[in-house]
Design a binder for this molecule. Sequence first.
Ligand code: AMP
Ligand code: GLY
Length: 445
Amino acid sequence: MKVMVIGSGGREHALVWKLAQSKKVERIHAAPGNGGTAAEKKCENVDLLGRDICEEEVQEALIRYMVKESIDLAIVGPEAPLAAGIVNRFRAAGQNIIGPDSAGAALEASKAYAKSFMEKYGIRAASSLTFTECAGALEAVRAHFDSPKGVTPPPLVIKADGLAAGKGVVICSNAAEAGKTVRAFMEDGALDGAGKTLILEEFLEGREVSVLAAVSAAPSMEGVILPFAAARDHKRRFDHDRGPNTGGMGAIAPVYDFTKAAQSDFIDAILAPTLKGMRAEGFDYRGFIFFGLMIRNNECKLLEYNVRLGDPETQAVLPLLENDFAELCSAILDGSLSQYRLAWKPGAVCAPVAVAGGYPGEYRKGDAIAFNETAFKKTGALFFAAGAVRSPGGAAGSGLRTSGGRVLSVSAYGADSAEARDKAYAALNAVNFSGMSYRRDIGET
Ligand code: AMP
Ligand code: GLY
């Protein structure tokens, strides 16, 4: 079987690595891939002429490439091409592709749509109001923070409607900050149009958990959502959850405080009604979904859907998965997912991310990545490149240069989370580039 993995981040490198383990997979094409996928066994990178994968012409070119190379299956990593209809195009051309159609992808592309979906199908979530006019949003901000003297109102969560690359959520603790954020999003176009519609949401306290899941839901199928071992991302830039939000600074799996009681609450209050909604809306959703949950006293509330696997959660979860990933994808497509059983290794995986100095603000690119292969190998960790490109002629793990903010991650397996953490940080010690930094507390709490 030949497989194409679409995307260029750490998640896509992890997908390529996992697919390469499959006896069924003979060749993998990473489109466009990165410096890590280029060196992975069975894998070659596909040039997209340096153009954006969301462009219709690029997607059509990929379909032609699938046909020319007799590729059996495509798997989409990131959200933007999904929202741009890549799945509709591939399926219309008779090509097998893993992901939701553009109607399903709106669960991530539009938070306002996701909120209306949650309400319509009784999915437990934070309460919220959606605004398309700045004046109305400012009035609601005033009302929220207008409380009697001596009473501190809870923070207010402000979310932009469209895809905003992780910059569309701001937690505001006072009226001035909230008013400024509303104006910046709605009037000043701070998010290139993503904030024209805006959501004001109740602030939830608790512990966050990411549940990734395989989905097989199409109008002609009974439909099933099969959850993976839970993971926890660490979104804030600095240790102990301080500093700005990022795309994700590291993940751990499984999550020991996601108790049996919380898991069954999640199935009843969130997963089951989500599947019902997908079927009622008639999505052709054969792909992956990510439930961002807030959990308190074993009760789950949904913060967000992502219509794909999480990054860096995938790097922590896939090394625990015993199943053949190509087989799982076939089950998603052919409707046999309801009979499919997932098997998980005992133990834990810790996956910290190393970022370029300055990230998530301005950062440098083009720095050489030094790699002490002997020291790295001793840890048994996996190396996943993200914002890293390969200079011609480099060996595995070496010959890489930084090209993005989140540069690379390592995934270390241990009998428990403490062992996984120790090995992960020993592995990061064997890697170096100018300005490299990372959180030292991934999976600690
Ligand atoms: P989202 O893109 O909706 O996941 O939001 C990004 C991050 O903001 C989440 O991972 C949470 O840490 C935080 N967040 C979002 N919504 C809420 C909420 N209603 N209450 C508390 N924190 C939130
Ligand atoms: N880790 C969260 C995301 O993939 O957006």
